[in-house]
Unconditional design. Sequence first.
Length: 216
Amino acid sequence: MKKKMLVFFGAPGVGKGTQAKIISTKLQLPHISTGDILREAISKKTDLGLLAKGIMDKGELISDEIMAGLVESVLKNDKCKKGFILDGFPRTLNQAKILQPIIESISHEKLVLISLDADDDIIVNRLAQRRMCSTCGSIVNLNFLTDQTRCPTCGSKNSFIKRKDDEVDVIKNRLNIFHKTTEPVLNYYKNHAIIYNIDATLTVEEITEKILEAIT
Ligand code: AP5
Ligand code: MG
């Protein structure tokens, strides 16, 4: 069976994490979210976490060298033998260029890039309404809940937390950085990956269906 090497690409809040979790479960592929790895380092107060916290709270990017080192060690792990889903990496041209020889050293296949797209105003609204359940880790959008105090996945009461970088001024900074630094990475992948463009304003279920149609 072909190794599935997927990159979920798109602006903050476009739905990368939501879809990566679903596809990871359906296809039994590890979900590698660089944001989640950094947030875990912050909660454990590791050296990486202490360095990353102030940068992430402002919505800025961690250095390419740190991020690339981190991703390389994960991709070379046995768990990624059958493939992987990268979520949040690469997000600079330099990260993409560092990633390319790593990919070529582990497979002859091309990366498959799922590019999710939605307008900034939709994204700002989604992120301002995003919460995470501190009990089970589910990501929700408050707009879609009938009971905004209870996690629909595990039933926990008052367990929702808001990410520090989901304050409106930080969201706007993250979007600016995305348009300036991350979006141009798509150009690089025109020659280095198979790209599927997906409308991220569809429902979660419709997007999952389109991703599965594209990659299976
Ligand atoms: P990271 O955690 O990667 O954040 P991000 O890219 O800003 O993206 P988000 O996680 O905010 O959004 P998402 O696309 O996953 O959307 P979600 O599915 O949650 O990175 C955080 C920080 O870490 C960075 O700012 C940087 O500091 C650092 N970092 C990470 N990687 C790095 C790297 N490679 N280099 C340097 N620094 C790095 O959905 C959002 C909301 O919308 C949710 O409420 C969800 O329920 C809802 N939603 C999802 N899909 C839909 C839909 N179809 N319709 C309606 N609502 C939906
Ligand atoms: Mg995410």
